[in-house]
Design a protein around this ligand. Structure first.
Ligand code: G3H
Ligand code: 13P
Ligand code: ZN
Length: 311
């Protein structure tokens, strides 16, 4: 099967009340771990590449790794640019074989966001590539979510129809209280998401795919393994999986996960290195990281995304 866009994946996910996992890839073991899990569970999957991943691993290496994964697994795979900062990086990925790009102009004014996103959509659609954009900016939840300065970073539902109409974008990332990284809430703070905003957005955008960034759950099991093997991750807190499952049943069709992969890979490598401090064959410890990535993605597909047997 060739790479696909997210169009059909999202239509089916919306109708079926599940979501597609969008997992960040940076090297071969991560690509293998994710796609072996998705292949075994017959789940569609999105592999996403950040600017940092392109800098680390090189665009061509990542594209070829993903193409190799397609030869090994008979499932729909989309290759997506995560957080494209400007038109140029989006164009480079569109021209370079990606089937989906995100233009993240969410930190600009509403009108500038529309203008930049529209330019990317015009170019991408000519080439058969789909586009995700973002309205609102992710952040952690402060003690009182009703503080108006905090409110400013959540997506405003009254802006979404105009944004989608004027840009022609294919999916929309919204800010409802998730955040990037492994430290999403303060110690003792109750994890909370603004499902009221999600509901309001989906009412205003019927049948339109919504994207959740910053959706790692930060398994305390991996945190503990990392700590026990020389790492420091005190107070790492993620989004509870039952909240993500609830989101996946609604208009949310794409759930972004990177930090959980990092924790899984790092826990495996640390454990293997500590089990055998004399190890000097990278295969010995990368293999354990890859197995953890595979187990993590299987867990997400079954318990969070609901995308098993949807390929
Ligand atoms: O949302 C950001 C992703 O976790 C990618 O992170 O830019 O360090 O590759 P990165
Ligand atoms: P996490 O840091 O929660 O994994 O979020 C990843 C993400 O949103 C990538 O775009
Ligand atoms: Zn993100």
């Amino acid at each position: 099967m060739a790479l696909v866009t997210t169009k059909e994946m999202f239509e089916k996910a919306y109708a079926g009340g599940y979501a597609i996992g969008a997992f960040n890839v940076n090297n071969m073991e991560i690509v293998q771990g994710i796609t072996e899990a998705a292949g075994a569970l017959k789940s569609p999957v999105i592999l996403q590449v950040s600017a940092g991943a392109r800098k680390y691993a090189n665009h061509n290496y990542l594209v070829k790794l993903v193409e190799a994964a397609l030869l090994e697994n008979d499932i729909p795979i989309a290759l997506h640019l995560d957080h494209g900062a400007d038109f140029e990086i989006c164009k480079s990925c569109i021209d370079g074989g990606f089937t989906s790009v995100m233009i993240d102009a969410s930190h600009y004014s509403f009108n500038e966001n529309i203008e930049i996103t529209r330019k990317v959509v015009d170019y991408a659609h000519q080439k058969g590539v789909v586009v995700e954009a973002e309205l609102g900016q992710l952040s952690g939840i402060e003690d009182d979510v009703k503080v108006s300065a905090e409110e400013a970073s959540y997506t405003h539902p009254d802006e979404v129809e105009e944004f989608v109409d004027k840009t022609g974008v294919d999916s929309l990332a919204i800010a409802i209280g998730t955040s990037h990284g492994a430290f999403k809430f303060k110690p003792g703070q109750k994890p909370q998401l603004r499902f009221d905003i999600l509901d309001e957005v989906s009412k205003r955008l019927p049948n339109f795919p919504i994207v959740l960034h910053g959706a790692s759950s930060v398994s305390q099991e991996y945190v503990k393994i990392i700590q026990q093997n020389g790492g420091k991750l005190e107070d790492a807190i993620g989004i509870p999986e039952d909240m993500l499952r609830q989101a996946a049943r609604s208009a949310v069709c794409k759930i972004n996960i990177d930090s959980d992969l990092r924790l899984a890979m790092t826990a495996g490598v640390r454990q293997a290195m500590f089990a055998n401090p004399a190890a000097f064959d990278p295969r010995e410890y990368l293999k354990v990281g890859r197995e953890n990535v595979k187990a993590l993605v299987e867990h997400k597909i079954k318990n969070v995304l609901g995308s098993e047997n949807k390929a």
